[in-house]
Design a protein. Structure first.
Length: 257
């Protein structure tokens, strides 16, 4: 049950995905994004266990490289509108600030100490319950952006990355592959232009404060030559982690079978 201070509206009435906007991107774009990102100054400052590198790879695959990466308490990712190869996903602003947060949970601590033969129980929850668990992180991102961006005309974005071992959505298990038509509205008092939610491993949803709706972004095989989604994500992360010299493993390398 949601509290009176919840930042989420009522779940939408049961309906199909008719009318939902879905943007499909080749899974191979993730590999290209990682290859570009690892060459960017400051890429090694992205926090791996928090999933910041995953968010950066995804956003680069959707649009283009960030022009800034947080190296000293600034905005996590900054993007700038230019003559990019892809459509600008941040509305009318010429610049976009993105604060990355990950859903709280026990998985990453467990994964760090996992031993052969260990088991881990995953609780399937509905999407609203998972978003409620992420409410504090969304508000933290909003408050951080108010402090870091101030009164500038930058688009304010929070990026919530969800590990399925901490938040496996019933809607993705039983419905899939899209989820936007089943998600609640974000309270208009939350000072964000967009909220991005990554339902790991292949679906990204974006809430627009102005349009008051969700858009789903799918990373999928678009040609016979494309790698499978799981392969593309793992390959992209491998490229990035090897490129920055990271040897401490990653909690984001997993797939259900």
């Amino acid at each position: 049950m949601r509290s009176e201070t919840s930042i989420w509206g009522e779940p939408p009435p049961e309906r199909g995905p008719e009318g939902l906007t879905v943007v499909a991107t080749s899974a191979a774009a993730l590999i290209n994004a990682a290859q570009e990102l690892v060459q960017m100054p400051g890429a090694d400052k992205l926090k791996v266990r928090s999933g910041e590198h995953i968010a950066a790879i995804l956003m680069t695959a959707l649009y283009s490289l960030p022009v800034e990466v947080d190296e000293d308490g600034g905005v996590d990712l900054v993007f700038e509108r230019s003559g990019s190869r892809s459509a600008w996903p941040f509305g009318g602003s010429l610049r976009a600030a993105v604060e990355v947060k990950s859903l709280p949970g026990k998985w990453r601590k467990h994964e760090y100490n996992v031993r052969l033969g260990d088991t881990y129980q995953v609780k399937i929850q509905n999407a609203l319950e998972i978003l409620e668990l992420g409410s504090k992180k969304v508000k933290e991102a909003s408050e951080a952006l108010q402090h870091k961006v101030g009164s500038s005309n930058m688009s304010r974005n929070a990026f919530l990355i969800i590990h399925p071992m901490d938040g496996l959505a019933l809607e993705l298990v039983s419905e899939g592959p899209v989820i936007g038509h089943l998600l609640p509205a974000l309270d208009e008092h939350v000072a964000l232009n967009y909220l991005w939610v990554y339902w790991y491993p292949g679906l990204l949803s974006k809430w627009s404060r102005k349009e008051r709706n969700w858009t789903d972004y799918l990373f999928a095989e678009t040609s016979p030559d494309d790698p499978s989604l799981d392969d593309a994500i793992e390959a992209a992360e491998d490229i990035f982690l090897e490129g920055i010299g990271w040897t401490d493993g990653s909690p984001w390398r997993m797939a259900f079978s």
